[in-house]
Design a protein around this ligand. Structure first.
Ligand code: SF4
Length: 284
């Protein structure tokens, strides 16, 4: 019987150019029966242009992202949030392998409990190589309070083995050497790692100018009136990154997370003390 060959790594879909997004300073019209947009020319740079929405979807359901002065609105939001929260570290790691494991541990946990579990794991094992080579049960015991500990232990071990096989070690150097597109495709193709996680690792640990879209970022866009309707996260990763200026991607993401944790907490929003109140369309 011929030996089994492993499937090639999955490519990160958003590294392809998005076919259906248009620059925020252009206006667009819906083409009946075509579900694509047509560029109509530059948008007026007035504040009122915020409400001129354009349809950007060629996917099955139509969504809208608002045209007009999107870049200025995002820059102002970034300035306000940065002044208020000061771009905190949020516990994220500078070593890409550490950051990957940290994110896996944080999945489906409440509050900052995962930070303690991460510290327990680091205390118990001297290196990521030691975690990789440890019996599954031993890892599971250390992270037993993480929730889904069996699944997470297996995921961590599989990931560490896969990285060792692909790049020869658990050193960050080979990842640092990859160009951004290759890096994104590789990370997003790792078992259990989606595009959002890949971009978090790239942003926090590998200094790449990407914009991971999590629930806090999505909420920020909705509150700013830049998204109308529901937008799937996989789709948002591609579309929203392109409207955020490169130089504010990290600060906007980090401070949006801080804002979502401290002030714009779902169902407990503190609108009366919110720095975003003037820009927000959902102020209560
Ligand atoms: S004004 Fe309220 S809803 Fe709007 S961003 Fe601030 S806390 Fe959230």
């Amino acid at each position: 019987m011929p030996p089994k060959t492993e499937a090639p790594p999955r490519r990160a879909t958003p590294s392809r150019p998005s076919p259906d997004f248009r620059d925020s300073n252009t206006r667009a019209g819906y083409v009946p029966g075509d579900n694509r947009i047509a560029i109509l020319g530059p948008a007026p740079p007035s504040a009122g242009a915020l409400h001129d929405c354009l349809i950007v979807s060629s996917l099955p359901s139509r969504r809208k992202i608002c045209s007009g002065d999107t870049t200025s609105i995002l820059r102002e939001a970034d300035r306000l949030l940065k002044t208020r929260y000061g771009t905190p570290r949020l516990g994220n790691k500078r070593h890409p392998i550490s950051e990957l494991v940290f994110i896996i541990l944080s999945a489906r946990t409440r509050g900052r409990h995962h930070e303690k579990i991460y510290r327990d794991l680091r205390r118990r094992f001297s290196s990521w190589e030691a975690v990789r080579d440890a019996p599954l049960r031993e890892i599971e015991l250390v992270i037993r309070d993480a929730g889904l500990s069996r699944i997470k232990a297996r995921q961590i071990k599989t990931l560490l083995r896969r990285l060792t096989r692909d790049i020869g070690s658990l050193s960050p150097a080979p990842l640092r050497r990859m160009d951004t597109e290759t890096l994104e495709a590789y990370l997003a193709g790792l078992p259990g790692v989606g595009l959002k996680t890949a971009r978090c690792v790239m942003m926090y640990a590998l200094d790449r100018a990407v914009f991971p879209v999590d629930t806090h970022c999505m909420r920020l866009f909705v509150n700013l009136g830049l998204i109308e309707g529901r937008m799937r996260f996989e789709y948002a990763q591609d579309v929203l990154q392109k409207v955020v200026p490169v130089e504010i991607r990290k600060t906007l993401h980090v401070n949006a997370v801080a804002h979502g944790r401290e002030t714009c907490v779902p169902r407990s929003e503190l609108c009366h003390q919110c720095v975003m109140a003037e820009l927000c369309r959902n102020r209560r």
